[in-house]
Each structure stands twice: as C-alpha cells, then as structure tokens.
Design a protein around this ligand. Structure first.
Ligand code: BES
Ligand code: ZN
Length: 483
C-alpha cells in the first residue's frame, strides 16, 4: 500500500514538473529494453513510469518518440501511444481477459467460391489504387489531405458496393479522440450471424522522417489499403454473401502509435463486439525475401496464423496462384494487429518480407510505387485476404445478383412467356439461359434478334436465375419467378 502511494506520488510529481517545463510529452507503452536504452541516451526526455515483465509505461518527449521511430528501420522497437497516464498504466497492469466468446473452429469448406474469387483478382486495380493514394502527397494524420483521403476512400468503397448492386454494404467514417483524421469502415452485414465479425485492415495514414509534407506511403501502407479493397471487390464480383459480418478497416494515425486501431479495438471490446479475428495488411508490395509471405509471430495469435498458413497450403501450394510463406518477428507491436491482440482478440499480420529484408524506403519521400514497379507481390496478399474472408465469414449459400441494367434491356415474364428487347442501342443479346435453385441449367438458347419471345411452358413454376449473355463476354443476371 505504502509502495503504491509512493508510486502515485512520484507520478504526480513527474506530471507537475513536466507541466512546469512546458515541453510536449506523451504517454506510451513500449518494450522495457527499448525504454531503458532510450532513457540512457535521453535521460531528461524519458520517464519510465512503471514496468511489468518486459514492458514499460513511459512518459516521453516527442523528440524521444521520434528518435525511437527512426531506430525502427534498423532495429525494430517502437511504442504504442496512450492518451493518458491512466491508460498507460492500466494497459500495462490490466490482464485483458482473452475474449470470452465461444471460439469458432476455422475450417476450409468454400473451395468453389474461393477459387472464383482468387481468379478474379485484377493486379492493375491494386496498382491504380496505390498510385491514387500516393498522389495525396502526404497522408500524415494531422494534414488536411489525410482526412480528405479518408473521405474519398469512403466514397470509393460506396461506389464499389453500388456498382455491384449491394444493399447489404455500408461505409462509415469513424471519428477519433486523439487525432482529427477519421478511420474508414466498410461493413458487409452477415446474412446469418450478423453479430459475429470478421475483420481485415490496413492503415491509411503515412509518415516521413524527412518532412511529413512529402510522405507518399506507397508501400506503407497504400499497398495494404489497395490489397483489402481489391479482395473485397472480388467478393462482390462473385456475388459472395457472408454468413458473418465482414468489416474492412482503413485505420487513421497508425504511424503515431496505432492511435486509430487502438480506439476502435478498445471500443469494440467495451461494447462486447464478437470479433472472430482481425488480419492486418501493412506493407504488401515489396518482394524482399525468398518467401512471398512472412507471418509475424509475435503480438499475433498462433491459431489464426496456423489457419492462414493452412489456407495457403490448400489454395496456393500449386496451380495458378502459387504463394510461399515463412515466419518472422517484429519484436514489437509494430502495426494495428497489436491493437486487436491487446484487447484480447485473435489477430495476424502477414508481412511482405522477413523483418529486415522489407522495403527500406518506408517513412521517407522515396516510398513510391516505382520501388516495386508492379503490384504482383500485393496481388498475392489480396488472394490470401479473399481466402481468409470467405473461409472465416462463410457463404450463406445465396449469391447476390447485381443490379440489372433496366435501361438497356427489357425482360418480362408473364404466363410462362419471356419477352426480351434491346433498348437504347445497347449491346446485342447473344444468349439467354435459365438456372433452377439447385444451380442446374434448365434452358439455354442462342439469340440473334433485338426483340422476341421465348416460351417457358415446359418449366415448373418457381424461382429461376436468368443469365443474359451480351456481346463482349458480358453476362447480366436477374431472378425471375414463373407462375
Ligand atoms: N509498417 C510499419 C511497421 C513495420 C515496419 C513492420 C517495418 C515491419 C517492418 C508501421 O507503419 C510502423 O511504422 N509502425 C511503427 C510502430 C507504431 C507503434 C508507431 C514503427 O514500427 O515504428
Ligand atoms: Zn510506418
């Protein structure tokens, strides 16, 4: 008790002293060894408030934090920002209950959907998106262009969902306490278990050791945002409707201490949100090691890591989409996965290379797409992302049908007669086929006129999916009911 009082007194004294000298300081959690080294080098800039096992709660100047951040490139230490003294101390001492939700068994059952999704990955989309994000010049969390990037990403994700006619998708900005930059969260509502969440994320902000006015952040981490965006697009492309809710997250302010993800994960935990697992994509486009994917094994969950490796064994050991993997260590909670881990959730971090062999232009004006020059490496992570989302969220068995272009084709069914017509000089119809609810093709006809009728009298009443094949390998689908 006495010892506690003395500790408290020391803390208060520390606070008062620093308030007096006016230097800008902040609270953080970091590895004990790193805190001790930093304290030795900057005795007046760093206060170690409390330690537990190999971690330390510290109060330090921005200057010391910056020094630490720069060392990360060569060594690996960093820190996790804490908004207050209480947060710093409690995050150190509090044993977070590992989430008490019943654990779901990870299984591999969705082969057809997964194979279709990974076939649908378009590498060019990833390149385009990385270039688009590096085009902001800087996405440093306190710059206007960073918040603009979040607003624009929300619009981009909304447009993507709309283009595929999805009414089960919503996108929101998540406002934070410790940064003005919002995070962006896309939600695909689970059709069967909407309260079970499957999360993927990356960070939208960037930083530079030289000047935060020039921080293109192409690999760190436009690559991750492009990866999760394209993976989600492939899910829409195949009409995947998840049983569980999927959330795709672009975190704000990762570079200043995991600020965005820490607030989100903390809020989800406080509200008892059942997050099955969260996978982080931060730096996916630099091919620096013999293996394609390096699973970071510290501050991550071993069960989830093993599942992601099983996915690669199952879908990517041979065939059209080979992906190899190994493991590596960050030695610190080096990205947003650590925010989920520290809230007791299962989290993984598949990384572009072994630590130390990663892209060494990050956190500089040199982190541009041209360092890789292709998005081939990120495309592999996009496939892993789609595999994880489909196999964890699972299909509810119904495929979504995109909005049918009503202004281009007229389709009418009455008295078991189908009437079709090409409108407004739209592409010619080449064929019409029908599938019953078991997925069996029950009719297929070549069509070579711009208008006509087809008798469906020999088909049983019920629900069918009609496929309209038009010129240039395009197919539109529509549900029809025969009465
Ligand atoms: N993408 C990096 C993390 C990283 C860098 C992982 C190099 C592996 C190799 C991330 O954006 C980052 O910079 N993280 C911070 C830590 C955070 C707590 C501020 C870092 O490592 O300094
Ligand atoms: Zn970074």
């Amino acid at each position: 008790m006495k010892k506690n009082l003395i500790t408290l007194f020391t803390l208060i004294l520390t606070l008062v002293l620093h308030a007096q000298d006016g230097s800008e300081r902040f609270y953080a959690l970091m590895a004990l060894q790193d805190a001790q080294e930093l304290k030795k080098d900057f005795p007046n800039e760093v206060d170690i408030l409390q330690t537990k096992r190999n971690e330390a709660a510290v109060y330090m100047t921005k200057k010391a934090g910056h020094e630490l951040h720069e060392r990360v490139l060569v060594h690996g230490p960093g820190y996790v920002y804490k908004p207050s003294l209480v947060d710093a101390i409690t995050s150190l001492t509090e044993e977070k209950a590992v989430s008490s939700f019943p654990r779901m068994a990870f299984t591999i059952t969705e082969d057809d959907l997964v194979n279709d999704a990974i076939d649908a990955v378009v590498t060019q989309n990833i390149e385009d998106h990385i270039l688009e994000l590096q085009g902001y010049g800087t996405r440093y969390h306190n710059r206007a262009s960073a918040s603009q990037a979040a607003v624009d990403l929300k619009a981009k994700w909304e447009a993507m969902a709309t283009a595929y006619g999805r009414t089960d998708v919503s996108v929101r900005l998540y406002n934070h306490v410790s940064t003005n930059m919002p995070s962006v969260i896309m939600t695909i509502e689970g059709a069967e278990f909407p309260d079970e969440f499957v999360v993927v994320g990356g960070h939208l902000d960037s930083t530079s050791n030289q000047s935060n006015n020039n921080a293109p952040g192409a690999d760190d981490d436009a690559s991750g945002i492009a990866t999760i965006t394209e993976a989600t697009r492939t899910l829409f492309e195949i009409g995947f409707v998840p049983k569980r809710t999927i959330e795709v997250m672009a975190y704000a302010a990762e570079e200043i201490g995991l600020v965005g993800s820490a607030e989100i994960a903390d809020n989800y935990n406080d509200n008892n949100v059942n997050v099955i697992s969260a996978v982080q994509f931060d730096m996916t486009n630099y091919n620096g090691s013999a293996n394609d994917v390096s699973f970071i094994t510290d501050y991550t969950n071993a069960t989830l890591n093993a599942f992601l490796m099983q996915l690669l064994d199952h879908y990517n050991s041979d065939g059209d989409h080979p992906i190899s993997y190994g493991t590596s260590l960050c030695n610190y909670g080096c990205s947003d996965h650590a925010s989920w881990t520290s809230e007791g959730y299962m989290s993984s971090f598949p990384f572009e290379a072994n630590f130390g062999q990663h892209n060494n232009t990050i956190h500089s004006a040199g982190d541009t797409f041209s360092v890789s020059g292709t998005a081939d490496h990120a495309a592999k992570f996009t496939k892993l992302c789609a595999e994880y989302l489909i196999e964890t969220a699972k299909s509810n068995g119904i495929l979504a049908i995109s909005d049918f272009p009503k202004d281009q084709y007229k389709l009418l069914v009455a008295n078991k007669v189908l009437t079709y017509e090409v409108l407004n000089n739209a592409k010619a119809i080449e064929g019409i086929s029908l599938f019953d609810i078991s997925g069996k093709e029950v009719m297929s006809l070549a069509v070579n006129s711009n208008a006509g009728t087809i008798s469906l009298a020999n088909l049983a009443t019920g629900l069918y999916v009609l496929n309209l094949q038009v010129a240039n390998n395009t197919t539109y689908s529509k549900k029809i009911i025969l009465k």
